[in-house]
Ligand binder design. Structure first.
Ligand SMILES: *[C@@H]1O[C@H](CO)[C@@H](O)[C@H](O)[C@H]1NC(C)=O
Ligand SMILES: *[C@@H]1O[C@H](CO)[C@@H](O)[C@H](O)[C@H]1NC(C)=O
Ligand SMILES: *[C@@H]1O[C@H](CO)[C@@H](O)[C@H](O)[C@H]1NC(C)=O
Length: 310
């Protein structure tokens, strides 16, 4: 008798476990995007009627899948009726409600931002080089020492023979911002041998392969006078090339200085020349005036003599 009873108990237990497994599967897998809220509610009704225990994960699944009415229904009709499950299920629903509210708020902020004009700014960047490569560090920020935009995503990265273009978009303090870096490279690079990568979030590392891989570039940009920050941290990696380049830059600075000095000297000479010329003109005018005066006084005297009048 005891043996049979225990067998029956085992069988009942097995059925219960099986039912729970099936229910678990029902909760998780048989929901498609075509299942309506009405159908979900109907399913929940069936579960409740079948009197099998419904796991908390079913409630979670409903909430995660967006069947909020059904979730509320399951909570009210089932979990809130079981004292030991009330608290856990309540906090589950409440937490989800808070998350939804937060997501909606964020959505609203983004919508508001999308109404505003997009601000276009150039990201901060610096560069270094070896004989064979140009290295660029681009940071989605206004300055290199400012934190990068973590939510910005790159849109386009386009490197061609002589052109570098990259853009990234994001929302910074409720304002849509497009970071845009577009310039002509001083010399061509090979696209196939170049690469880029994330250094950290919002910071990019470009390694551009020079077409002429034995040539140090004096500047990064073609036809541009602006000073691009030099990435001196790369010096250790490419000591010799960076040192050579340092010398090139020094030479350039020296030449500039020389040029400036020569220009100054020239300007001084020009000024002197102009002053001499002015003096000469002045003297000439003076002479002219004197001559005229003399002439006039002579004519005066002469006419007095002849006509005897003033
Ligand atoms: C890049 O340069 C190569 C060789 O000079 C040329 O054939 C190609 O058309 C250029 N590509 C672009 C996009 O300018
Ligand atoms: C990049 O700059 C060049 C030269 O100023 C310009 O012709 C080109 O349209 C720009 N590219 C983009 C995608 O803005
Ligand atoms: C590469 O650069 C070096 C150094 O500037 C130069 O002497 C050489 O002529 C260049 N080669 C080509 C193919 O342009």
């Amino acid at each position: 008798m005891g043996f049979i009873a225990s067998q029956i108990k085992k069988a009942v237990l097995a059925i219960l476990i099986l039912a729970q497994l099936l229910l678990g599967q029902e909760c998780f897998s048989q929901v498609s995007i075509y299942t309506t809220e009405q159908e979900m509610k109907h399913k929940v009704d069936q579960f409740i009627l079948s009197r099998v225990e419904i796991p908390m994960s079913c409630l979670q699944t409903l909430l995660d899948s967006g069947y909020y009415q059904t979730a509320l229904y399951l909570f009210e009709e089932y979990f809130s009726q079981i004292p030991e499950k009330l608290e856990e299920s309540f906090s589950l629903v409440k937490q989800k409600a808070n998350n939804i509210k937060r997501d909606l708020d964020q959505l609203q902020i983004n919508l508001m931002a999308s109404n505003k004009e997009v601000q276009v700014v150039e990201p901060a960047f610096q560069w270094a080089q070896s004989k064979s490569h140009v290295f660029l560090q681009v940071k989605l920020a206004m300055r290199l020492d400012a934190p990068a935009c973590l939510t910005c995503k790159e849109e386009i990265v386009k490197i061609e023979n002589n052109t570098f273009y990259m853009s990234a978009f994001g929302i910074i303090s409720h304002t849509p911002v497009r970071f845009k870096l577009n310039f002509s490279l001083c010399h061509p690079v090979s696209i196939v041998d170049s690469s880029w990568n994330y250094e950290s979030v919002g910071t990019y590392f470009f390694s551009l392969a020079k077409m002429n891989n034995t040539q140090l570039w004096l500047n990064l940009e073609k036809d541009s006078n602006r000073k691009v920050q030099i990435w001196w941290d790369m010096r250790e990696k490419h000591q010799n090339d960076m040192d050579d380049w340092g010398k090139m830059k020094e030479e350039e600075a020296d030449n500039l200085e020389k040029q400036k000095r020569e220009e100054k000297k020239k300007a001084k000479q020009e000024k002197k020349k102009a002053r001499l010329e002015q003096n000469r003109i002045k003297k000439e005018a003076e002479l002219e005036r004197k001559k005229k005066e003399e002439e006039e006084s002579w004519t005066g005297w002469f006419s007095k003599k002849i006509y005897g009048s003033d």
